[in-house]
Design a protein around this ligand. Structure first.
Ligand code: SF4
Length: 432
């Protein structure tokens, strides 16, 4: 079958920009559509293409008319969900015989949103194994709705599906991501601040933690599933010309023993690469030696969801860390000369004093690249359940993590003026 995998274009509305004419902070990373490359890796014997609509000049309509796919599959973040609806509708309008599938974070977190008559199937959670089964079933004129992890749409009756119990089978480890399908785009996948090329590798899916605002658990059914170390080394070898590797796991160091083994395997393979990986502050504090070893293996920067400096908010979101742990983690990483990308969540109820305290903390901590998002109750998360009655903006175009979708305590303009000022000051001096 001919399969077209689609990375949707950049989407979303920015309240600070659109409503108040404030300056938007530039994005630092431009990443490859790794989830689609992973799916494509398991589609041998089918003709598969990836179109990355985040790259200027690409046209889905043109690709459909030249490639004539049997299946068009979209991935979608929450802020891209409306865009994916529009693209799906357009695709069906071009040729109603094309089967349309949607997967990714939003389909896994809020499948009912995509229950439309111009969409045929949803892939719920990890898709490498499930999507292949769906394609094979369609080829045999089978009944894909019977597959666990596949939801057939039915706008009249509502959506129902068999939930898949994810395990290592879903990683289909023997087949690497189809990196070759994005060769034409590769020059665009760079870190702006370094001006160098960056590639993606996955070493584990999911996370053992359960922070209330996080949608990662919906992808794996709250499981943490690790890749075989040999497969990670194989994938690194496939990206041998790429100098910087982003480990796109939600939590690379959740299993310290295995993280040590992976580190040793990377060292023995003698890769001359810089790595960027996600870690939790408490993992760093409980095993600084692990990060020392990783630094020697090339760990250049760690992305940490510090989220807050207020212990009450941290525990309210089920974060395992406290302010003391956050401070200690920063100290350890700086002693090791590992750069920090620190994520902070600004609650809509922030007052001027909260902003001031956070700015002072970030300044004093000398975090190389702080990233400030706005607390967003993403559909399908525990936070959504607790905040849903407070939501005043339901249009998912605003769910970019840059907008408050609940009432701000400060007057709205003041909130965004302080927020964008904070983002701008730190991004101008960011170094990674
Ligand atoms: S530690 Fe990170 S990835 Fe894990 S649940 Fe919390 S926010 Fe999500």
């Amino acid at each position: 079958m001919k399969i077209l995998l689609v990375n949707p274009p950049n989407a979303g509305i920015s309240i600070p920009v659109e409503k108040f004419g404030l300056k938007e902070t530039q994005k630092i990373f431009k990443g490859e559509p790794f989830a689609l490359e992973v799916l494509a890796g398991n589609l041998e014997n089918h003709e598969t293409k990836i179109i990355d609509l985040k790259i200027p000049g690409e046209s889905l309509e043109k690709e459909i008319s030249t490639f004539s796919p049997d299946i068009v599959a979209f991935t979608s973040l929450t802020c891209e969900a409306n865009t994916v609806l529009n693209l799906s509708r357009e695709t069906k309008g071009i040729d109603k015989k094309i089967k349309i599938a949607v997967g990714g974070v939003h389909a896994s977190s809020d499948p009912a949103f995509f229950n439309r008559d111009f969409i045929d199937y949803l892939i719920i959670g990890l898709g490498k194994h499930t999507f292949r089964k769906l394609v094979d079933s369609l080829e045999r004129n089978g009944y894909p709705e019977e597959l666990a992890g596949v939801a057939g749409t039915n706008p009249q009756a509502g959506i129902s599906f068999i939930r898949r119990e994810f395990d290592r089978t879903d990683l289909v480890e023997e087949k690497p991501p189809a990196y070759d399908l994005v060769t034409v785009y590769r020059k665009n996948y760079v870190i702006d601040s370094l001006g160098i090329s960056m590639g993606y590798i996955n070493t584990a899916y999911g996370c053992p933690n359960n922070c209330s605002f996080c949608c990662i658990g919906n992808i794996t059914g709250n499981r943490y599933i690790e890749h075989n170390i040999e497969c990670v080394i194989r994938d690194l070898t496939l990206l041998e010309d790429i100098p910087v590797i982003r480990l796109v796991d939600a939590n690379t160091f959740a299993n310290p023993d295995r993280a040590k083994k992976l580190c040793n395997a990377i060292k023995s393979s003698n890769f001359k690469k810089r790595f960027i990986a996600d870690a939790c502050a408490d993992s760093i504090v409980s095993d600084p030696g692990l990060f020392e070893q990783w630094q020697k293996a090339g760990l250049h920067a760690v992305i940490i969801g510090f989220e807050e400096i207020n212990n009450e908010r941290l525990s309210g979101w089920r974060k395992k860390s406290t302010l003391v742990i956050v401070q200690k983690a920063i100290e350890i990483l700086h002693d090791l000369e590992i750069s920090i990308v620190g994520d902070f969540i600004i609650s809509p109820d922030y007052c001027e004093n909260d902003f001031r305290k956070l700015e002072t903390f970030v300044e004093k901590s000398a975090i190389e690249l702080p990233v400030f998002s706005v607390l967003t109750p993403l559909p399908g998360t525990p936070l959504y359940k607790t905040m849903q009655n407070d939501i005043i903006i339901h249009n998912l175009d605003y769910y970019t993590l840059g907008n408050a979708v609940t009432e701000t305590a400060l007057p709205e303009k003041e909130f965004y003026t302080i927020l964008t000022g904070l983002q701008d000051r730190f991004h101008r001096k960011a170094r990674l």
